[in-house]
Design a protein around this ligand. Structure first.
Ligand SMILES: Cc1cc2nc3c(=O)[nH]c(=O)nc-3n(C[C@H](O)[C@H](O)[C@H](O)COP(=O)(O)OP(=O)(O)OC[C@H]3O[C@@H](n4cnc5c(N)ncnc54)[C@H](O)[C@@H]3O)c2cc1C
Length: 596
């Protein structure tokens, strides 16, 4: 915790002094993944410190609505980890790492019960068990939930545990760089900024767990919070870590469409889970055409593409949307099961969803790609650098199932905590090369020296427009190349960004760093999208409309080498035969026939 909360200091803009803080494990991020990692480190006696760029208790995870997926079998006793594993692999279109999916499916129920033990108040069945609801492409009712405020309860519960254990944390601290030792193989520390005072902070540590969430803010229309600027991906990539499947960006089928200020805001899949029906402007229930078996509860990529098709083929509403209708459930049921949705529409759009239909369209929601990690430990190819949660890659393949993220962040947050604790035990601290510290300080203070008057906020907007226009739900070579060119121009401009005024709470300075991270993320997304010459899951190419299992059942790995982004194709790890049998269940196959 901020033991002595520094008052806002009068720091000279170009003052390059820094304060040194030492710990064994630095956890970057206080969402579900970071907090669960911190609890694990504490339980193992590890000297860990949590830092986050927003306030403690405010991480993006609080926005999660619909629920957390785990095969408890409370409502459908036939459910099991094997079916959850199979659903995850099938809907990930076989790009997921099977071992990550196996660990996930096996450990998710324990993480839910643990959350309950920590104090989370789940909705209940009549027998008093944790309630579970249906969600898209899950074979059984599997999502444990707290109304439509599951993420809020998750963070509240974990935060209580952090406070009860007195685990140290520093909020409003932005990490800008991960340092390696002089040999370049191991992590040695990080540089950060105290946003409140503008002070520079050098963290000396033996391990870093990145739990920085996703990069949805690189798109114009997104459900994500302001924090999701993909910092962790850029930090890791600059430090030499490998990224994977960056082209896989999930478009959630149902985002709000108006008023403009809330465009992209999520309408949870729980609305469809509770019986919501999608219709076009002609009143047709169009999912009957695209997935007659699963209808509105088909996989997210399928529903998002179906809505997109209805809109571009002229069957959308005048606002460029389709309708989502839950009125048949009645006002009391809606207010009880979907309270946030009820008030969200009433307050922002003046729509009473118990009486009127909602207008919805796809919105950027989640990054399936991210930092490539070891399945058991979450360690990257850089020793001592770990990644867990949305920033990491390997579980969701080409399409994440709703609810699988909240269990992902708990399962792998814990595992990262275990592995990092083991790593730092008895291992010596590595030196941070002085020239690396000086170079990073020079880089981050550059906006105060700039006289070019380039506004970083305007660049953020430009990035989001370019990505929405050229790297959207349906892509093609020409658009992607144009997007890459425009991002390249923004990258050049980003070198000239200017920050004026004092360093404390300097939004232009914070935006400058976001822009540098975002352009790196976008380049990785576009280059990977160009590389994958097929359509699979969330990645749809109009010039390669078919899924190509013979050539593209592979992962696209991206790395920065000497300032250049390079890519390689690696085969997806081969699943053991007994797991192949699990996957080839009759119902999985019949879904695949219907849907793909
Ligand atoms: C509206 C909405 C609803 C959702 N509903 C569900 C759902 O019902 N079920 C489900 O499974 N998933 C859901 N998701 C997805 C899920 O919420 C996220 O994937 C998940 O919470 C990510 O958790 P995380 O711990 O990886 O990261 P986050 O919760 O995003 O936390 C990231 C942390 O990193 C910090 N950070 C970032 N960059 C830096 C930096 N440079 N320096 C310091 N700190 C930094 C942030 O401040 C924050 O504390 C939803 C997402 C949205 C947007």
């Amino acid at each position: 915790m901020w033991s002595t909360d520094p008052s806002i200091k009068d720091i000279e803009q170009l003052d390059d002094s820094y304060k040194t803080i030492s710990c064994d494990v630095l956890i970057v991020g206080a969402g579900g993944a970071g907090l669960r990692a911190a609890i694990e480190c504490f339980e193992r006696g590890t000297n860990a410190l949590v830092v986050c760029k927003s306030l403690m208790g405010k991480a993006h995870t609080v926005m999660a609505e619909g629920g957390i997926a785990a095969s408890l079998g409370n409502v459908d006793p036939q459910d099991s980890w094997q079916v959850h594993f199979s659903d995850t692999m099938v809907e990930g279109q076989f790009l997921s790492n099977w071992r990550i999916a196996e660990i996930f499916a096996k450990e998710a129920p324990d993480r839910v019960y643990e959350l309950e033990y920590y104090g989370a108040l789940f909705d209940r069945t009549n027998e008093g068990k944790i309630m579970q609801r249906p969600f898209g492409a899950h074979s059984y009712r599997r999502l444990c939930y707290i109304g439509d405020r599951t993420g809020l309860e998750l963070i509240r519960t974990l935060e209580d545990q952090i406070l009860a254990r007195n685990i140290p944390y520093m909020d409003e601290v932005e990490i800008t760089c991960i340092f390696r030792d002089s040999s370049g193989t191991s992590v040695s520390g990080c540089l950060g900024i105290n946003i409140r005072s503008g002070e520079l902070l050098l963290f000396q540590c033996k391990a870093v767990i990145l739990a920085t969430g996703g990069c949805g803010k690189v798109y114009h229309v997104t459900s994500n919070s302001w924090e999701s600027t993909g910092d962790g991906i850029a930090l890791a990539c600059r430090a030499g870590a490998e990224l994977m499947d960056m082209e896989m960006i999930q478009f959630h089928p149902t985002g709000m469409i108006y008023p403009a200020g809330v465009r992209g805001m999520l309408i949870t899949e729980a609305v469809r889970g509770e019986g919501g029906i999608l219709t076009n402007v002609k009143g047709e229930r169009f999912m009957e055409k695209y997935d007659p078996k699963r209808l509105e509860l088909s996989a997210r990529d399928v529903v998002a593409r179906s809505i997109y098709t209805e809109i571009v083929e002229g069957r959308g509403t005048p606002n460029g949307a389709v309708y989502l209708d839950i009125r048949h459930r009645g006002a009391e049921y809606i207010k009880n099961k979907l309270p946030s949705m009820y008030y969200q529409f009433l307050e922002f759009a003046g729509v009473d969803i118990s009486k009127e239909k909602m207008e919805v369209a796809p919105t950027v929601h989640y990054q399936m790609g991210g930092i490539r990690v070891d399945p058991e430990t979450c360690e990257t190819n850089i020793q001592g650098l770990y990644a867990a949660g949305e920033v990491a890659c390997g579980l969701h393949g080409a399409n994440r199932l709703g609810g699988n993220s909240l269990s992902d962040i708990l399962v792998f947050g814990r595992r990262a905590g275990i592995a990092a604790s083991a790593k730092v035990k008895d291992s010596p601290a590595q030196q941070i090369p002085d020239e690396s510290i000086r170079a990073e300080i020079g880089r981050i203070l550059a906006p105060f020296k700039s006289t070019e008057n380039v506004n970083p906020f305007a660049l953020k907007e430009k990035i989001a427009d370019v990505m929405w226009k050229y790297v959207g739900i349906v892509r093609n070579e020409q658009d992607l190349r144009q997007g890459l060119t425009e991002i390249g121009i923004i990258r050049l401009d980003s070198k000239k960004v200017q920050a004026k005024g004092p360093r404390a709470f300097n939004q232009s300075w914070i935006d400058s760093m976001a822009v540098w991270n975002m352009v790196l993320d976008c380049e990785a997304i576009i280059r990977s999208a160009l590389e994958r010459k097929e359509s699979r899951g969330a990645h749809t190419r109009s010039d390669y409309p078919k899924k190509d299992d013979d050539n593209w059942k592979v992962n696209v790995v991206t790395k920065c080498e000497q300032g250049m982004m390079v890519q390689k194709i690696v085969p997806v790890p081969k699943m053991p035969e007994e797991y192949e049998k699990l996957i080839n269940r009759e119902e999985s196959l019949s879904w695949k026939k219907n849907v793909k």
